[in-house]
Design a protein around this ligand. Structure first.
Ligand code: SIN
Ligand code: FE
Length: 359
């Protein structure tokens, strides 16, 4: 880790961190920003207790090494994720042929007009946002189908307690350079936020995401900050938690809800929890004081690395990077090892009310 303009930086590339600032200034920064120790990649993950946990004892295709440690390690990983940490692997720990990677990188370089993201819906086996001729689209579809199945297999081993409780959600390929993108404020990826999906109400279930940086040379750079429970204490009241809790899940009459549902429109089946989380996402992005002044930890995910976190509780902003693959899982509350830490439970405690029925 080293100090940078934005705060502290976890450099995961290997070698020792260097400190261009005088020691006094480093200590002052450390007190203002984070209690992480100076970075040294050779150190075990436990030295980065706040933001990031390295997982070095999981290999493809063997899985956990040694296999006898699997039960304990897989549960520990779930605990770490639910405590708001990011699991980091310095490789791609699932089958991902070099030819597929080359094809994905070429897609952009050849100038074909891809959408902002290419999305893949594994339940329906549907690819969206792809351009190119039929053959290219079929190849891309093939790659995304295989990628999605491989990540599901990998995470089923890494996070075994969740596997019986999750729904495989969408996967995406992100071929755009993130730095300098011109997007409306609520869509900006470079502002810190926690995730919520307008089209998929969660009712308290968790959003778990697995990312791989397939860029051959450039890192993907994130900022993160204090996790959900801290931000909720600070901002949930101002973002209107009491009002959302009061109004509950009912909105509009049954007919209007039915029509909305038919057309797959926002609001069809949203609980008070979902409404609040959608608002909180926008509230955080709109809050320039928070964006400018909050404590930041900058993380560089190097080429060829993989990371996993609950993005509904780990605030994140992507500052730069191009060519990432991502697969989302929706994890039911009954699959969590520490359900009391879930955002819905944190908010219910604060609001003194139930915010969604059975998740
Ligand atoms: C996000 O904000 O969910 C996107 C993060 C990324 O693309 O790295
Ligand atoms: Fe996000």
């Amino acid at each position: 880790m080293r100090p940078s303009e934005a705060g502290w930086e976890l450099d995961l590339r290997g070698g020792r961190g260097h400190f261009p600032l005088p020691v006094k200034s480093i200590l002052e920064n450390a007190m203002m920003t984070t209690n992480l120790a100076a970075a040294d990649n050779a150190r075990p993950a436990a030295d980065h207790p706040e933001a990031l946990v390295r997982v070095d004892d999981f290999q493809y295709p063997q899985g956990w090494i040694p296999p006898a440690a699997a039960a304990g390690r897989t549960r520990q990983c779930c605990e770490q994720l639910e405590a708001g940490q990011v699991l980091f692997l310095d490789r791609i720990p699932y089958l991902f042929p070099q030819a597929d990677r080359e094809f994905l990188l070429l897609q952009r370089q050849s100038g074909s007009r891809l959408h902002k993201n290419v999305s893949y819906r594994p339940q329906q086996d549907v690819l969206r946002g792809a351009a190119g001729d039929r053959e290219e689209q079929a190849r891309l579809h093939d790659i995304m189908r295989r990628y999605s199945a491989e990540v599901a297999r990998f995470l089923g081993q890494l996070l075994q307690p969740y596997a019986a409780h999750w729904t495989l959600d969408y996967a995406s390929f992100r071929p755009e350079e993130e730095q300098g993108r011109d997007l409306p404020v609520h869509k900006r990826n470079d502002l810190l936020h926690v995730d919520s999906f307008p089209t998929r109400p969660m009712h308290g279930r968790r959003i778990l995401r697995c990312f791989s940086n397939i860029n051959p040379t450039a890192p993907r750079v994130w900022n993160t900050t204090d996790e959900f429970s801290v931000l909720a204490q600070q901002f949930a009241a101002e973002a209107g938690l009491a009002g959302f809790a009061e109004r509950g899940s009912a909105r509009g009459n049954a007919l209007a809800r039915g029509v909305k549902k038919m057309f797959g429109l926002k609001g069809a089946d949203h609980s008070a929890y979902d409404r609040f989380m959608l608002r909180f996402h926008d509230y955080l992005k709109e809050n320039t004081g928070f964006q400018q002044n909050c404590r930041k930890v900058r993380i560089e995910f190097p080429p060829g690395s993989t990371w996993i976190c609950f993005t509904d509780s780990v605030p994140h902003a992507v500052l730069s990077g191009q060519y990432a693959l991502e697969q989302t899982f929706i994890v039911g509350l009954s699959g969590l090892v520490a359900p009391d830490k879930a955002p819905i439970r944190v908010l219910e405690k604060m609001a003194g009310r139930v915010l969604a029925n059975a998740a």
